[in-house]
Write a protein that binds this ligand. Sequence first.
Ligand code: PEP
Length: 255
Amino acid sequence: MRIPFIAGNWKMYKTVHEAVVFVKELKLVVKDVTGVEIVVAPPFTAVHAVAEAVRNTNVGVAAQNLFWEREGAFTGEVSPGMIKGAGAEYVIIGHSERRRLFGETDAIVNRKVIAAIGAGLTPIVCIGETLEERERNETLPVLDRQIKDSLDRLTGDQIAELVVAYEPVWAIGTGRTATAMQAGEAHAHIRQRLRQWFGADAADRCHVIYGGSVKPDNIRELVAEPDVDGALVGGASLEVRSFADIVTRSRPAAV
Ligand code: PEP
């Protein structure tokens, strides 16, 4: 049984102070919410302070990126162990902004995923097609390539524990959400490939969440799709009220 997983990706927003003020309010608002996994992903600078502020609550913490090496002369990079040590349990890997702006390929994503798992972090692995790829009817082959190459060499047990975020690039930050039917089709396809390549148990336990202009008023119809297990939320995660509304509306009882 997969419980909904809702993660807020704050991107390059919020100072340490703003991040701590946010989670202090959030943890009070969601303290009685059960049956949903709630995660926030602050910028690196605020990971430790946020993790301290939500310690022993139902709110978890993710980093937004990592580098695969343990340590060394890699100016500006942060290792999986450092992220774990700062108090995060999750890490977003391969977000389309990192792929587009920072040249991350599936091979790079794969190295990061393996390093994250090695450090005891749960990867939230982002995949998704561009608008051009969708218009050329290449959505499913693109997803196949991303799943195969980003998750290369992982075992079924490792797949079972991770989170795959299907984020159509054309829906991120554009206000243009995939319809529940489009999301449902892509998620069913992803689940079917996970079953084929990693086994039924892995596919049944892996969370496949949707990202792309998720808001309080569209979360219900998205999670009503059987293979949509939650959401990765950008813009609407920056306000406590809208993020908390998405969290509460993602519960099966709220559908
Ligand atoms: C994201 O950044 O992962 C995202 C889905 O952003 P938004 O919700 O703003 O589209």
